[in-house]
Design a protein around this ligand. Sequence first.
Ligand code: NAD
Length: 559
Amino acid sequence: MHAESPSARSGTSKFRPGEAVPTGIALLRDPHLNKGTAFSDAERDALGLRGLLPPHVFSESEQEERVLAQVRRGATDLDKYMALSALQERNETLFFRILYRHLDEMMPIVYTPTVGEACQKFGHIYQRPRGLFVSIDDRGRIESVLRNWPVRDVKVIVVTDGARILGLGDLGANGMGIPVGKLALYTACAGIEPRTCLPITLDVGTNNESLLADPMYIGLRRHRADGAEYDEFIEEFVEAVQAVFPSVLLQFEDFANNHAFELLQRYQDRLCCFNDDIQGTASVALAGILASLRITGMRLADHRFLFLGAGEAGIGIADLIVSELVDGGMAADEARKLCWFCDSQGLVVKSRSHLAAHKLPYAHEHAWTDNLLDAVRALRPTALIGVSGQAQSFTGPIVTAMAELNERPMVFALSNPTSKAECTARQAYTWTAGRAIFASGSPFPAVEIEGRTLVPGQGNNSYIFPGVGLGVIASGATRVTEEMFRAAARTLAKETSKAELESGCLYPSLARIRDVSARIACAVAEVAHARDLATVARPHELLPAVKARQYHPEYHRYA
Ligand code: NAD
């Protein structure tokens, strides 16, 4: 049974013009529309709900209080993750209300680190399908698989092939938790309407033997496809996306670095896409570096960066730093010489053989060493950036050497999760007598040192990708460009308040994330308009227009 679509009375309309509203049990089972015990008496009469709900009508805040208590009662973070997932399945508005209002508390549950554990156990905690699974067995019919998705006006797809889930490696089809979690953050941080978000997992097999041996594993029982078989599958998938969702933003997520760089290279000029592990990370790190200039008064060109780790994150950050320096007038060759890398084989130098293509631009003329402390002494960096996944690799002597070389040494320990960080905030501050400008990938608590309270900033990609997505949607951008990620970084760097900088924190409070995302969206949209990449006319005032697009988790009034 269906009722006629009511007119939108407040907030974001959940209906398209002429769309029928389900009634009765179908309405209670529709997570986009369900209000549960908050349906009013008038709505219960008008929509055939009388008797299907307990008699007392609850307010939104009472519902929030009850669900929050249920989530918090979870004995483990995984229990909390499951309680939140179940809520998302039955009442999306309430789910996002809780995420909006308790983002600091809920982000580590819906995303890293808890989502990693959820992916590892995905087959065992599985309850209902979410998103689309496209398997390599679907070759030849991928377009029809995408057409099974019930929503046509999808705006953002996050896709993974499960090959490198966070720092946990190959989790195959279990990787679905990642696109689901990332898209929840698109909504929570930037207000992208949830029904326009589509999580996709590409199942090309897994090389994770314990998953293959697990009877509860949800994916194909085969090893990973590679080479031409993999490339042809991805090509058919991308063509199908273009056919079914022609103006969608496609985000590549948690692909292994042997494919990630290549896919980005192949597709970034063909459709509106980006890779968050490479470009989102780069932008949030560049924002931290630009914010640090506001503390030190230095110029970006005064820095010399030494990276530990030369993968997606490290090379992505260096490429964006170079791009920013080139924009400031420096020659690209000179700019690249300010970025040095150590990987698992030591210092990346010209004389090394068999270097991966993405490292070659940063293989400079220098004597090789496999010792980071020696590299610090020889290269005299102003900034040490850890993106290696190697816990405690920034040792006391290394950080102390940085403090001997620099008045305000920059130490970014970006590896996730917390247990993989190159050093802790406390160590960085202690070894530099509080002089380090520190940022991390996972959150660290404030540190009391020399009578001061220092608050380490978290270089969380969630500061960047939701705002970039909102800007792309608002402008109808046809491509995502490097310039957009630079614009996003510059905007984010300006959003950190003076007080936050004084406490040592390079990033603004998450409490302001929706406003910050809207401003990032404006910067991205400006690039789209300036570069002829926009498909909608530029509104006279961008910020109010962008903010008007943001979804708010408010119930619809049906009667
Ligand atoms: P990746 O697999 O692409 O690259 C890892 C790099 O580390 C490789 O170059 C590898 O050679 C190097 N490495 C491995 N062992 C090493 C050792 N002992 N010494 C020196 N280098 C070593 O992974 P990635 O996507 O670049 O991610 C790397 C880390 O950065 C992860 O821990 C990830 O969680 C973190 N990361 C953080 C953020 C963030 O804070 N916003 C974003 C993305 C990635």
